[in-house]
Design a protein around this ligand. Structure first.
Ligand code: DOR
Ligand code: ZN
Length: 442
């Protein structure tokens, strides 16, 4: 398949150029390129070209809760959101705590072919927090697991976390922590603050997150290991990560789009769609998270895409399952909070949504420069477009977006995975789609 992208701005900068994609790679970049015979010529009219996005934190629910999402529907949502690789969290049923499950997730993702679905392995057997999984076997499997997490739950026992960090560092894989001290969050459903108090909702204090972030930074320091902090949600976490980096500790952190844009003023409605873990914090936390992402203290954006069925969300707030859709709205929320606000450029968007996450997990073929010879994992973005979010129209099997009815900037018009069109003009799979058969470069 040969594709000519006519008139794109690389990283949103400079003069428009044409980009020729052939044989899965960027074959040529220049002005006024001739279209080879039979090429698919895509008129891009000065839209922005970026490397395909990489999401370190996605819940695809397969195996076990396919009524809420599966690898096929989640992959379509990812492609429509501009992603070329996603990491599927381990809190499935059965839990992804063995190579049987992680290899299945990788295979199924390749069979669907819309995005590389990298399995995340569990840190502890059954996510029970006591016995380490055979991380080495999962890392050595077909799914080549690079990241391990009990996400949804915290590895709260400090000795188990210490051993996990030691084991992971020995085999060169990453531990990603859902930082939540469970003894501080019993029955908690919302950020502990004036809003939750007034509304009669049990509070989830910032200290539940920050105490684990501080502890894990110190454990990583002493183990000489790397640790990744999932969904940083407080200003205090930002300060702790900043401190740890200053000490030379190998720590990285992600922030979700919803923690960048939303805050706990939304609790007023008691709408279950606004329930998430960690909870939406105060506006001052969102401001600190935005600044930290711009400054590089927080390394990347990750969606924590967490589909839940209607009966699990449209109920009493305290009963609603925590989690929000994120794949198809991530870019727009980042543009709204970071680009429109002047905090970041498009080049920075490439850094936080593609280059940094690919580097954190060591993916060789993602987050690459827009240069000749590089793999054509690409996304074309219309920076001028706006759209109104409608949960029912998203590709996910679930509708639980907290951005319902919001008008957001920027749309993804084309996504290429190794030179193959995986989403086009809001459709994935695109017209004429035939799923890839073979393996991919992992
Ligand atoms: O809100 C959340 N939902 N946070 C998590 O950590 C897990 C996730 C889920 O699996 O639904
Ligand atoms: Zn989590």
């Amino acid at each position: 398949m040969t594709i000519l992208l006519r008139s794109v701005l690389l990283y949103g900068e400079g003069d428009p150029v044409d980009v020729l994609v052939d044989d899965g790679q960027i074959a040529e970049i220049g002005q006024g390129l001739d279209a080879p015979e039979g090429a698919d010529v895509v008129e891009c009219d000065g839209k922005v070209l970026l490397p395909g996005f990489v999401d370190l934190h996605t819940h695809l629910r397969e195996p076990g809760r396919e009524y809420a999402e599966d690898i096929e529907t989640g992959s379509a949502a990812a492609a429509l959101g501009g992603f070329t690789a996603v990491f599927a969290m381990a809190n499935t049923d059965p839990v992804a705590d063995s190579a049987v499950v992680t290899d299945h997730v990788w295979h199924r993702g390749q069979e669907v072919g819309l995005v590389d679905v990298h399995p995340v392995g569990a840190v502890t057997v059954g996510l029970k927090g006591t016995q380490l999984t055979e991380m080495g076997l999962m890392a050595a499997g077909v799914g080549k697991v690079r990241m391990f997490s009990d996400d949804g739950l915290c590895v709260d026992d400090p000795l188990v976390m210490r051993r996990a960090l030691e084991y992971a560092s020995g085999i060169g894989v990453l531990i990603a922590q859902h930082a939540e001290e469970p003894r501080l969050t019993v029955d908690a459903v919302a950020h502990e603050g004036p809003n939750a108090a007034r509304l009669g909702l049990t509070g989830w204090p910032r200290s539940a997150e920050e105490s684990i972030v501080a502890r894990d930074a110190i454990l990583a320091r002493d183990a000489g290991a790397r640790v990744h902090i999932c969904h940083a949600s407080t200003a205090g976490t930002v300060e702790l990560v900043r401190w740890a980096k200053e000490q030379g500790i190998s720590i990285t952190a992600e922030v979700t789009p919803h923690h960048l844009l939303l805050d706990d003023a939304l609790l007023e409605s008691y709408d279950g769609r606004n329930r998430v873990t960690p909870p939406l914090r105060e506006a001052s936390d969102a401001v600190a998270l935005r600044q930290a992402l711009a400054d590089g203290v927080i390394d990347c954006v990750a969606t924590d895409h967490a589909p839940h069925a209607e009966h699990e969300k449209m109920c009493e707030f305290a009963v609603a399952r925590p989690g929000m859709l994120g794949l198809q709205t991530a870019l727009s929320v980042v543009v709204e909070t970071m680009v429109r606000s002047g905090l970041m450029t498009w080049r920075d968007v490439a850094r936080v949504m593609s280059e940094a996450p690919a580097a954190i997990v060591g993916l060789p073929d993602q987050g690459r420069p827009l240069e000749v010879g590089e793999p054509a994992n690409l996304v074309v973005v219309d920076p001028e477009a706006t759209w109104t979010v409608t949960g029912a129209e998203l590709a996910s099997r679930s509708d639980n977006t907290p951005f319902e009815a919001m008008e957001l900037p920027a749309t993804v018009t084309l996504t290429l995975l190794r030179g193959k069109v995986t989403a086009r003009d809001g459709q994935s799979p695109p017209a004429g789609w035939s799923a890839a058969t073979g393996e991919s470069a992992q």
